[in-house]
Design a protein around this ligand. Structure first.
Ligand SMILES: CC(=O)N[C@H]1[C@@H](OP(=O)(O)OP(=O)(O)OC[C@H]2O[C@@H](n3ccc(=O)[nH]c3=O)[C@H](O)[C@@H]2O)O[C@H](CO)[C@@H](O)[C@@H]1O
Length: 370
């Protein structure tokens, strides 16, 4: 029997759930060119902007609001959840799914429920500690849980038996040779090759605090010879940057080709969403991480091991001021030796093969179920 004929991938909301799903879909297609790949999404998530252009079939199922904490009663009430699970189930039957692989986000819950009802094997990929609500609910239905980072099984009881597979990264990122792409990236962004580049990103939706603090430090950065490539984030308000700066400060609303940003960067200033950390470490990009201060400190946990390994610096959201940037980022961005050693330390922590490792885990799960 062919190992896989039809796979349903569920995950939605923000880039952090969608990019690993897309990277995994690419790995599936590379290994099994004839496999049918169906993705499940919700009506308003970023999946609608990211999945169809990547060439995958996106089936949108009715949305419902997940509670902030795990609540299994939700699964028993014939409300919108029932409608979503019913819609997911119809799709699973129509495509005769061999397996459902879920990456978290609202849309994963109905997919897990529908798969469980039909005895379709479920694999969960989780990148956060504590695990997201959707995946925690999914864990009631399967033991096939994979995680992105080596510290997760020690940090969360529910992930104790999970397999560490890494994070599936887009091939443009996992295969990136930063030094080789750097000249093209600098040219494309209109940046100078003789001055350090600070690459700023607040994750897939952007981060207001980071945007405002860096924009307010624009003059100090520019007069110290630090260029800035600033991705504002898909869903964030524009901000003002002085027009008459002596060195380039480029602002982009969103960067689909993140590899170009990573290639141009000498130093990154960013939120520590799990996928961002997986990418900076896989590529050895030295980073100053500003964890999102809410949602259970999950972003602080993502960044801490990298910082402890010497690959990054951590600063509290409330401490990120223009003065802090001037006193800390400017000297760091100009210290080539320190950046090189941070880059090496980050690379030692990161990995690039998460797509292949997750595929192996999924194949084992399907095999086990047959
Ligand atoms: C505020 C919040 O709750 N954030 C969560 C969200 O973050 P978020 O959705 O921001 O996800 P991550 O930081 O993990 O990943 C962002 C992804 O977007 C990409 N990107 C970003 C900007 C851009 O212009 N272009 C681009 O392609 C990055 O390369 C990366 O692949 O999901 C993560 C993964 O579950 C969690 O760890 C974060 O805590």
């Amino acid at each position: 029997m062919a190992p896989l004929r039809s796979v349903v991938l569920a995950g939605g909301g923000t880039g952090g759930h969608i990019y690993p799903l897309l990277a995994f879909a690419d790995a599936l297609r590379r290994h099994f060119p004839d496999v049918r790949i169906t993705t499940l999404g919700s009506p308003k998530g970023m999946e609608n902007e990211l999945i169809p252009p990547a060439g995958y079939d996106l089936q949108v199922i009715p949305a419902f609001q997940l509670p902030r904490s795990i609540n299994m009663n939700l699964l028993r009430t014939p409300d919108r959840m029932y409608k979503s699970a019913h819609a997911a189930g119809k799709i699973l039957e129509e495509v005769q799914a061999d397996v459902v692989v879920g990456f978290g986000g609202y849309v994963s819950v109905p997919a897990y429920l529908a798969a469980w009802r039909r005895d379709v094997p479920i694999v969960i990929h989780e990148v956060n500690v504590p695990p997201g609500v959707a995946n925690r609910m999914g864990m009631r239905f399967t033991k096939n849980v994979a995680v992105g980072f080596p510290q997760q099984p020690q940090q969360a009881e529910s992930l104790r038996d999970a397999r560490v597979v890494g994070v599936p990264l887009r091939t443009a990122i996992s295969h990136l040779d930063r030094a080789a792409l750097r000249p093209q990236a600098l040219y494309q962004f209109g940046l100078r090759p003789d001055l350090p580049v600070l690459f700023v990103s607040g994750g897939s939706s952007g981060a207001r605090t980071i945007n405002l603090a860096v924009a307010a430090a624009a003059k100090r950065l520019a007069h110290s010879g630090v260029q800035v490539l600033h991705v504002q984030g898909g869903r964030n308000d524009p901000f003002e940057v002085p027009a008459d700066l002596p060195v380039p400060y480029r602002v982009l609303p969103y960067l689909s080709d993140m590899q170009l940003g990573y290639a141009a960067a000498d130093l990154m200033l960013c939120r520590s969403g799990a996928i961002t950390v997986a990418e900076t470490t896989a590529l050895g990009v030295p980073a100053v991480y500003v964890p999102y201060p809410y949602s259970n400190q999950e972003q602080k946990r993502n960044a801490l091991p990298v910082v402890e390994a010497g690959g990054g610096v951590l600063v509290d959201n409330s401490e990120l001021t223009p003065e802090w940037i001037e006193q800390n980022i400017v000297p760091l961005a100009r210290d080539r030796q320190r950046l090189a050693s941070m880059s090496m330390a980050a690379s030692r922590y990161g990995r690039r093969d998460g797509d292949e490792a997750l595929l192996e885990f999924v194949l084992e799960a399907v095999q086990k179920a047959r």
